[in-house]
Ligand binder design. Structure first.
Ligand code: ADP
Ligand code: GLC
Length: 492
């Protein structure tokens, strides 16, 4: 039972379907949201269960799962078991144990060489299918959800399965990133057990292929995405990735809800990953983190030198290439830069090469390192997040909470969560970072330099830090909006 559930009347039973959840398995922001949003809904009184594939990394952390059901005879899929456990914050967890599909060495979407697993359609087809079973009349569980909440393409087929076996719960489909769609050859349709009539423009077909995400967007009862600005952007040709027409046609059932952050996990006052914790009133700890970060990353121990930080997937989306392009000019002004991330092999190589030219001034760590990501949020002075597009983005919010004003491109959730620093916003008391509008190297450089000059003005800088640290990034308000959508579906 959810923590908080039982204190008041249970409002909605929700099955929250996701391919990753922190801290068990994380490749990006979806994992953070899949941990924090269900917990926030539980605090509101909802009865939420999270459904997750049983990857090796997950099962090894859940030694005492209970077997809830055997899922045999699902046409096209290997036999599986449904296990139950609990997430660290008490939210109930359901895990699909299917060794042939989920237990293997490597990443959760890709092998060790970075190639997508060849059977991803089957792997996430099973996730989608099990969610549909649990949301329908044939569920082996007594607990029946009143709404099935799907997230990204990995659970995109759930609304399609549920459409073709009526009497199930309504579905909400949340888009965390429209760039990832789960598109597979048409021939997989039969194996996945979708009827031939689903394969059409008004269905799962997308330019001759089968698209998991389009299926979700077409068949879901309600669509949400992770910021109001991104909800508008995905209806345009520039950021619709070919799905803008469908999204426009569904605009009356499309809502942008800004993500919150997990305020327990990302709190400089209690963060165990830091060299020293700190608060708005006791900022000395922040300098200790800067020193620790400089030391750990082999940078010169220079307390007054502005230190830029970046934590990101190394992809075109995140604008890491533009950061590398401006790095020589930015570093020429004497600042320091630390970058943590992994992804595109060329970007990684270019970053490492550049770091050799700036020993003590530019430090690159390739890989995924949760602890270091927290230390960068705390130890850097300024955070860089020049994403070309950003559905929501979490690091710019973490940065504000850690007193590390972010430099961001005016897109998606970055626009919705960062207020540019100028005389007016400083006077109003809502300036929290630096926003640039043209996605060019020179605009990013100008903006970063604007941040450096503001950093030199200690009075202004501390106002900026205070505004960000005092800002409410909690999930409460956004979770309530999800709850309203669930209610509206129940009553429709
Ligand atoms: P996205 O999900 O598009 O990658 P978000 O800003 O929503 O972007 O979330 C990224 C999450 O992943 C944040 O929690 C961030 O700290 C984390 N992250 C990204 N890259 C790394 C890395 N190399 N090491 C540790 N954490 C990382
Ligand atoms: C995606 C998006 C990111 C968002 C995250 C969580 O990975 O790229 O902007 O913050 O999902 O919703």
């Amino acid at each position: 039972m959810c923590p908080g559930h039982g204190q008041g009347k249970s409002k909605m039973r929700v099955l929250f379907v996701t391919s990753e959840v922190a801290p068990l398995i994380k490749t990006g922001g979806l994992a953070d949201v899949s941990a924090a949003l269900p917990a926030a809904l539980c605090r509101l009184g909802d009865d939420v269960r999270v459904l997750l594939p049983g990857y090796s990394q997950v099962l090894s952390q859940l030694p005492s799962c209970k077997v809830e059901a055997t899922l045999s005879g699902i046409e096209g899929f290997p036999e599986a078991r449904l296990l139950s456990s609990v997430l660290p914050d008490g939210v109930p967890l359901l895990v699909i144990d299917c060794a042939p599909l989920f237990q293997r060495e490597g990443g959760i979407y890709q092998d060790a060489q970075g190639a997508d697993w060849a059977d991803n359609a089957l792997r996430f087809g099973l996730l989608s299918k099990v969610a549909a079973i649990l949301g329908g009349e044939a569920s082996p569980l007594k607990w029946r959800p009143e709404v099935v909440h799907c997230n990204d393409w990995q659970s995109g087929l759930t609304p399609a399965y549920m459409h073709f076996s009526p009497k199930g719960a309504p579905c909400v489909m949340t888009v965390h990133n429209l760039a990832f769609q789960g598109v597979f050859p048409a021939a997989i349709r039969g194996t996945l057990g979708l009827p031939p009539e689903s394969f059409q423009l008004h269905g799962v077909e997308f330019y001759g292929n089968l698209s998991f995400l389009k299926a979700g967007l077409y068949y879901a009862n309600h669509i949400t995405t992770v910021s109001p600005t991104y909800a508008d952007e995905i209806q345009t040709e520039a950021l619709g990735f070919g799905l803008q027409g469908l999204l426009q046609s569904r605009s009356d059932t499309l809502t942008g809800i800004l993500n919150g952050i997990d305020e327990k996990e990302w709190n400089p006052a209690t963060d165990a990953a830091l060299a020293q914790t700190y608060t708005l009133k006791k900022m000395a700890g922040k300098s200790a983190n800067k020193r620790d970060l400089q030391k750990q990353m082999g940078l010169q121990l220079a307390p007054e030198t502005p230190l830029f930080g970046l934590v990101s997937r190394f992809t075109h989306q995140k604008g890491v290439d533009v950061v590398l392009e401006i790095a020589p000019r930015l570093l020429a002004s004497g600042v320091q830069l630390v970058m943590l991330g992994s992804g595109d092999a060329e970007m990684q190589a270019a970053a490492l090469l550049l770091a050799r030219e700036y020993p003590g001034q530019l430090a690159i760590r390739i890989g995924f390192d949760e602890k270091l990501s927290h230390l960068i949020e705390a130890g850097a002075d300024i955070f860089l997040m020049p994403s070309r597009f950003e559905p929501c983005g979490l690091n710019q919010m973490y940065s504000q909470r850690y007193g590390t004003p972010p430099v961001v491109h005016a897109t998606g959730g970055l626009v919705d969560s960062v207020t540019d620093c100028d005389n007016d916003s400083l006077l109003r008391g809502d300036a929290t970072g630096f926003v640039f509008h043209d996605m060019t190297a020179s605009s990013l450089l100008d903006c970063a330099q604007r941040a450096v000059s503001c950093y030199q003005d200690k009075g202004k800088w501390s106002m900026l830090q205070s505004n960000g640290m005092a800002k409410d990034f909690s999930w409460l308000y956004s979770a309530a909006k999800y709850h309203e959508i669930y209610e509206s579906l129940k009553n429709s």
